[in-house]
Design a protein around this ligand. Structure first.
Ligand code: MG
Length: 365
């Protein structure tokens, strides 16, 4: 090996960001922390660029741009939540950097533009399901893929059909059975919108048509996703749920890091169950597939309306059961637009304003 890979971490104080720093720290011969962004007072680490603050504050965006396009930077880990990850991702790709992507919104909103900017080298996924599919596709030809199957634990409510989803509390929604994640993505796991967003992500990452990507419920979260091939064979990637594995895979590709996570015993791989998704009780996957098929600004509206509705739920302003219907109404009201970056960003703004304007009618007394 020559010199360590210089890595910039956008969103170093979030769950994925902190685990990325952990992977970098434990492999000093391979990786060097080149720069990071995070909340104020986020880190005592020494990096070439150490940018604290929030997007939109002063010259924050310009400093992030300078960091991710710096000739010395090799790889950019994008782990800042939401639409503001889009700009730095495009900048890094246009500068020829490798991008390891944890932020779903980037591909959901602007997948076609992002994959075009990535070109031949593609994007290294950090989402566990997409990392699994990526690993299953290594050495395979896309023409031989019949179907992608994204697994879902089902979230906290799948196994409780007796629950009235209008009555569930923020605390119940944040109690995820398998993964420890941020609040927004944990609520998305409870509505299964997380799987809808992941379906759109997978479509863009691997160029597989939307109707050849499905979601199944797998409560054990041991199989992180599957690929079915034209000959009837399946490949799956298995392991204990631990985000440090997809992070390590993304950073070390095409190599693998020894002991990236503690070993999984064969006992932990037993008793695996798979069930069909009930799209009537959890219509979010269908909603996402339809939005992506329509294209243009529709996926951005899906994403932004969902984000605003989730934050309204977390603030106590919207019942859990109203999150997905709120997204559906925004999609129905959206007049549609083309797929250029300015149009996508305008669709994002439109959806946020649309959902916020509706809060008055649902705000609890
Ligand atoms: Mg995931």
């Amino acid at each position: 090996m020559t010199r360590p890979i210089n890595i910039a971490v956008l969103g170093a104080t979030g769950s994925i960001g902190r685990q990325t720093l952990d992977v970098i720290d434990r492999n000093p011969a391979r990786f060097k922390l080149f720069g990071l962004t995070g909340g104020v007072g986020s880190s005592d680490r020494k990096a070439e660029h150490d940018i604290h603050g929030r997007a939109g504050e002063g010259d924050f965006d310009a400093r992030v741009e300078a960091m991710v396009t710096d000739p010395r930077c090799d790889l950019v880990v994008v782990a800042i939540p939401g639409a503001r990850a889009l700009g730095p991702t495009m900048s890094a790709l246009r500068a020829g950097k490798e991008v390891a992507l944890a932020t779903k919104e980037v591909l959901v909103m602007a997948g076609a533009l992002v994959m075009k900017a990535a070109g031949e080298r593609g994007i290294r996924p950090i989402d566990s399901e997409h990392s699994a599919i990526w690993q299953c596709l290594w050495g395979e030809e896309l023409k031989n893929v019949r179907r992608l199957v994204i697994t879902s634990s089902g979230g906290p409510f799948w196994a409780h059909p007796e629950l009235d989803l209008d009555q569930v509390t923020v605390e119940q929604a944040l109690n995820h059975p398998r993964w420890s994640m941020g609040r927004k993505v944990t609520v998305d796991s409870a509505t299964l919108m997380n799987k809808g967003l992941e379906l759109i992500e997978a479509h863009h990452l691997y160029g597989i048509p939307l109707d050849r990507i499905s979601v199944c419920i797998h409560p054990q979260s041991v199989v992180h996703s599957l690929v079915e091939f034209v000959d009837g064979s399946f490949k799956a990637q298995l392991g204990r749920p631990d985000m440090r594995l997809p992070i390590a895979v993304a950073l070390a590709y095409p190599d693998r890091l020894p002991d990236a996570v503690p070993p999984t015993s064969i006992h932990e791989l037993s008793g695996l169950e798979f069930q069909e998704l009930d799209e009537d009780r959890f219509p979010s996957v269908r909603l996402a597939r339809d939005a992506a098929a329509t294209g243009g600004g529709h996926p951005a509206v899906l994403n932004a309306a969902n984000e605003e509705a989730v934050y309204a739920f977390l603030a106590g302003d919207l019942p859990f059961g109203a999150i997905i219907p709120t997204v559906e109404r925004a999609l129905e009201a959206f007049p549609g637009c083309g797929g250029s970056l300015p149009e996508i960003l305008e669709a994002d703004r439109w959806a946020r304003a649309e959902v916020k304007a509706k809060f008055g009618s649902v705000r609890r007394a």
